[in-house]
Ligand binder design. Sequence first.
Ligand code: PEP
Length: 251
Amino acid sequence: MRRPLVAGNWKMNGLRASINALMDGVITGSSGLGSTDIAVCPPFVYLAQVHSQLATSQVALGAQNVSHESPGAFTGEISADMLKDQGCAYVVVGHSERRSLYGESDDLVARKYAVVQKAGMIPILCVGELLEERESNQTEAVVARQLDAVVNMCGIASFAHAVIAYEPVWAIGTGRTATPQQAQDVHAFIRTRLRDLDAKIADGVRILYGGSVKASNAAEIFAKPDVDGGLIGGASLKAEEFLAICKAAAA
Ligand code: PEP
């Protein structure tokens, strides 16, 4: 039985005061949600603030990105050890905004995944196809390519300490959600591909869905057998909405 995980990706949003208020709401409302793992991924500069607010709460801290380099002369970059030192348990790697806006390749994403694990944290590996790729029936080929880059560099065993997020790019921030069956089909494809390499690891790995998940559509998506929770963007910026999504994962 896989324990659901709901992770909020705040992207480049929030300031000290609004983050304080958001976290107050999330912490208070999450206290009765013991059967779901919950994480929040603030911008780097607010990690310490959020970490101190989390204190004894069950909500975990995550980061949205990491450098693949070891500490040294890399101006403006943040290393995996620094994120671990700030209390992060998770790090998102390969988000489609990083892949498309900052040109992150499959190889670079795999290197980031590797450094996150080496530092003792759990990578949330995002994969997903563009709209034109779905429309030309390339969804499985794209997701397989993105996944294989990590399997080839880090090995199937590494997925015992990783989370996968299937995020169709056409559904991110667009209000257009994949149908529960579209999500299930790709999640099952991912799990089957991993099962061919190691059945135990494939059955244990959590595969989150991301792309315009809201309180109103979360339950039917999370009800699918291979959907183990969600990676939530816009809806994670409102405590009440985010908590309702966490509740849907617990049901
Ligand atoms: C995301 O950025 O990972 C995401 C899923 O965004 P949204 O929920 O806003 O579509």
